[in-house]
Ligand binder design. Structure first.
Ligand SMILES: *[C@@H]1O[C@H](CO)[C@@H](O)[C@H](O)[C@H]1NC(C)=O
Length: 401
């Protein structure tokens, strides 16, 4: 009997070891003076202790700075409410000085991009280039009005639309790249997000990325320089591609095999499919690798697998935001939120506090920083309103419902 008890205890202990702490909505016994938003709470009999979480009063914020991840949470600690908020959204105007292009948001003339060719001014909150179609632009499309680019003769010419024959990405309208699909005659302006997995294509040699930037280690997706003249050929539906036999090939981005992203304990591994085999014919044959889960501020003891850019949740976020923003009426080279396609653009600025823009920010936040994903993956609403409020940027209402 004794042996069995010890054995059972050991088993319980080792099991609890790999389990994550629980953070769930629960009313907190408040002491006088300070209002608490999270406190270790005794579980009912047989239940382990957990962290009880309660929202602060409406004008107060949970002071959760020292709890960046569950590993930072010491036993018997609590969080209190205070006046300060760590919300970091929408982005600030700081980076705008001299960068805002025709059609971008501005608050004074100095925000607008100006050169000898272009005496841009800020009018009613929008930068207006002084150049007109056909004006000189000295090789820089930033000098031209939105919808125009600086052509080989150094004059502002109208951007080419979908299907038009082209030679360089910059000639094509926003949200399009100049590519030639294998087997086709010509380079044509091709809309982002339209080519299926397996399709092979080339871009003009001067357009191709010398050093593709990886959004995530081992990922296939690449992002262009945020302010570079060059825009990524995000022409694949998967938004990801790989170099094969001298071509780019559209390939699925890496994704978790299990799209619930959850495992029962930290001791388990997560399986990820990577579509990076050599040979064009192998485009849809995955390699399986394993990743390590981590704890989040979850409502149960499960651990969270790192989100991969090809996962359904990430792709949905990216499509909802990136594609809609790409279709807005902005300068092709308008800066990003924070990576590509129009952070400064007036149309985007006008909806900066909306789910649309938030979704793009969240996509980058959770695919770039695994702990942010784990921290927010299975939050109860009260947790999103307190401990992880800054990661949700106060937008948890719409997203959790
Ligand atoms: C914990 O919650 C997640 C998300 O709701 C769920 O997928 C998972 O199965 C739950 N785990 C346990 C042990 O109940």
């Amino acid at each position: 009997m004794k042996i069995i008890t010890i054995f059972a205890l050991l088993l319980a202990f080792s099991y609890a070891e790999g389990e994550c702490q629980v953070f769930k909505c629960h009313s907190i016994e408040q002491q006088d003076g300070i209002q608490l938003c999270a406190q270790q709470t005794e579980g009912e009999q047989n239940e382990p202790d957990f962290f009880g979480v309660e929202r602060c009063s409406p004008d107060q914020f949970c002071q959760a700075q020292k709890w960046e991840s569950p590993e930072d949470v010491l036993p018997d600690t609590s969080l209190s409410c205070g006046d300060t908020s760590t919300r970091n959204f929408p982005p600030s105007l700081e980076s705008m000085n001299g960068q805002a292009l025709d059609g971008d948001h501005c608050e004074q003339d100095s925000h607008c991009f100006k050169t000898e060719d272009n005496a841009a001014t800020c009018e009613a909150g929008v930068c207006r280039a002084s150049t007109k179609p056909g004006d000189l632009c000295s090789g820089n499309s930033r000098n031209c009005p939105k919808g125009y680019f600086c052509n080989i003769d150094n004059i502002c010419a109208e951007s080419l639309l979908k299907g038009a024959i082209c030679t360089r990405h910059r000639e094509c309208a926003r949200n399009h790249a100049c590519i030639k699909v294998k087997g086709e005659q010509d380079f044509v302006c091709t809309e982002y997000g339209t080519l299926s997995n397996g399709v092979l294509f080339t871009e003009h040699s001067e357009d191709s990325f010398k050093n593709p930037k990886s959004l995530l280690k081992n990922t296939l997706i690449s992002i262009p320089d945020a302010v570079g003249e060059m825009q990524g050929p995000f022409v694949c539906k998967s938004l990801a591609m790989m170099r094969v036999d001298g071509y780019h090939q559209c390939r699925s981005n890496q994704r978790n095999v299990d799209q619930t992203y959850m495992v029962d304990s930290l001791d388990q591994s997560c399986k990820v499919q990577i579509f990076a085999r050599d040979g064009a014919e192998n485009y849809d044959k995955p390699i399986i690798i394993e990743t390590t889960p981590r704890c989040g501020f979850n409502k149960n003891t499960s651990a969270v697998c790192p989100l991969q850019p090809g996962d359904n949740y990430a792709m949905d976020l990216f499509y909802d935001s990136f594609m809609s923003i790409g279709r807005m009426d902005c300068h092709r080279l308008s800066n990003s939120i924070p990576f590509e396609n129009g952070r400064n653009c007036k149309e985007v600025w006008n909806v900066r506090d909306s789910q649309l823009v938030f979704k793009l920010l969240r996509f980058y936040q959770i695919t770039l920083f695994h702990h942010m994903w784990a921290n927010t993956a299975a939050n109860e609403k009260c947790v999103a309103q307190t401990i992880t409020y800054n990661l949700w940027n106060g937008m948890e209402d719409g997203l959790l419902d």
